[in-house]
Design a binder for this molecule. Structure first.
Ligand code: HEM
Length: 455
């Protein structure tokens, strides 16, 4: 008889049993908002609170989530706090654009993300991953969290610009890290809804980096434009070319092309990196699951050389990745603000309330999941995944503002996992003690030091 061992319970803050004081709350929000939530939050359909910065509603009920993100999405704008952090960096990129600008941009960019183009990125994804994993050939210990950021950055740079970036080699990658480290932080003054004229120290430090970074992007776009004019046939079919084609009277402005390049970098590489890192970690702690995934990958790679087919051919690998996205959603909180007050059933949602749809909480909700804290990829095996409500599993959000890069990310993740796991075994060591911390993404504090050995 095949007895399944007890599932791995990956690290996560225990729900609080007593509410924090106001001062403590500010400290936790700054340090790690994942540590803020109490038992109620993981058990109730919604939470209504009068917080430091005004009314706060945590939406857990899938019906309420559907209402906010889909049915009445028109009444909700992006949360002010999030916009204050991200807009100075991303400006009118799709993630931070609102109203008519967002509508026009989303429409103009839809052709960029068609299956044909996503499939077109499969070979560059494969090439970059094959190059990348050569570093593991001699075996040894490496911080997988850091490595995955490098890998997804490599893939994004290749699919965005085909490596044709202006400026010093390497400087772009360094600047990105610095930019999000300095600018992409919640400033305590924002949480307190302090007036805009009060300077935010966290952002002042980032301004110089941003000017430099913007200049690299502007120069890169100009360089490509020159190439377009000189020799249109030689232009690579990457994101930059596709975005430039989306330029025009009903499409994107030049400034929006640049904003969206920065947005893709901001929204598209660290998110996928986090998801890959957590997947490798959870699999290493569940050898039973890892065997199943490795076996599937070996079988598929032996018969199917076309990487565009791998996502559909690897249900167990995909399930492991989906389960890691459930436990560690890279975007842990989706925040909205109602334009007008309204009622949903008997819940009153006042104007300007902060409405939080938190994948982190919804994915671990006691009433929505069986053994919510356990790593159990079988939830997503064919036959089971169909039973999961669309609005209880939201790693990519939902509704009109659902992640536009989701199928890009899924294809990238499966290609990266297939190559990494077919050639190497990833094991945890005594030093692998990650603690999930909410920054812009759900990061493993302490990194993910892992031993990598050729298989
Ligand atoms: C595992 C990887 C990823 C995760 C978990 C993720 C998650 C999300 C989520 C939750 C949203 C919705 C935010 C909201 O409603 O407030 C979103 C939006 C977005 N994502 Fe992703 N994302 C990922 C990868 C990517 C990639 C690879 C790209 C680009 C190449 C990308 C570009 C965007 C953009 C542009 C938006 C804004 C869409 C809009 O508002 O119309 N994402 N993402």
């Amino acid at each position: 008889m095949d007895i399944q061992p007890a599932p791995f319970i990956p690290p996560a803050p225990k729900p609080r049993t007593t509410p924090p004081s106001t001062l403590e709350m500010i400290r936790i929000v700054y340090r790690n908002p994942l540590e803020l939530w109490g038992e109620h939050t993981y058990n109730e359909p919604w939470i209504w609170a009068n917080g430091v910065g005004g009314h706060l509603i945590v939406a857990n009920d899938p019906g309420l989530i559907r209402h906010v993100l889909v049915d009445n999405a028109r009444n909700y704008k992006m949360a002010t706090v999030r916009q204050k952090i991200l807009r100075p960096i991303l400006r009118d990129g799709l993630l931070t654009a609102e109203g008519e600008v967002w509508k026009r941009s989303r429409k103009a960019m839809a052709p960029v993300f068609t299956p044909r183009h996503i499939f077109g990125f499969a070979q560059p994804m494969l090439r970059r991953t094959l190059d990348f994993v050569t570093r593991y050939e001699d075996g040894g210990t490496s911080d997988i969290a850091h490595d995955m950021t490098l890998l997804t950055y490599d893939i994004l740079a290749e699919t965005l610009f085909s490596g044709e970036i202006a400026g010093e080699p390497g400087s772009f990658a360094n600047e990105i890290d610095r930019l999000f480290e300095t600018m992409g932080r919640v400033d305590p003054l924002d949480l307190l809804r302090a007036p805009d004229w009060l300077p935010r120290l966290t952002r002042i430090r980032g301004r110089k980096t941003m000017a430099y970074f913007r200049k690299i992007v502007t120069d890169t776009v100009k360089m490509r434009e020159g190439k377009f004019k000189r020799d249109p046939g030689a232009v690579p079919q990457d994101f930059l070319t596709l975005l430039l084609k989306a330029e025009g009277p009903d499409g994107l402005t030049r400034a929006e092309v640049e904003d969206n390049i920065i947005t893709f970098i901001g929204a598209g590489h660290e998110t996928t990196a986090r998801a890959l890192g957590w997947t490798l970690y959870c699999l290493a702690e569940s050898p039973w699951e890892r065997d199943r995934v490795e076996h599937e990958i070996d079988q598929v790679l032996a018969r199917e050389p076309d990487p565009t087919k791998w996502l559909g051919a690897m249900p167990f690998t995909r399930a492991a990745f989906d389960e890691a996205l459930r436990l560690y959603p890279p975007a842990p909180s989706i925040n909205r603000e109602p334009i007008e007050p309204e009622m949903w059933k008997d819940l009153y949602i006042p104007k300007h309330a902060a409405v939080l749809v938190m994948p982190w909480v919804v994915h671990r909700h006691r009433k929505l999941w069986d053994r919510p804290d356990a790593f159990l990829p079988e939830r997503f095996h064919p036959g089971n995944r169909e039973k999961i409500d669309r609005f209880q599993y939201l790693p990519f959000g939902a509704g009109p503002r659902v992640c536009i890069g989701a199928s890009f990310a899924m294809q990238e993740a499966i290609i990266a996992l297939a190559i990494m796991l077919s050639r190497f075994r990833f094991d945890t060591t005594a030093e692998t003690k990650p603690w999930p911390v909410q920054k812009l993404t759900t990061q493993p504090q302490g990194g993910l030091p892992m031993r990598v050995t050729p298989r």
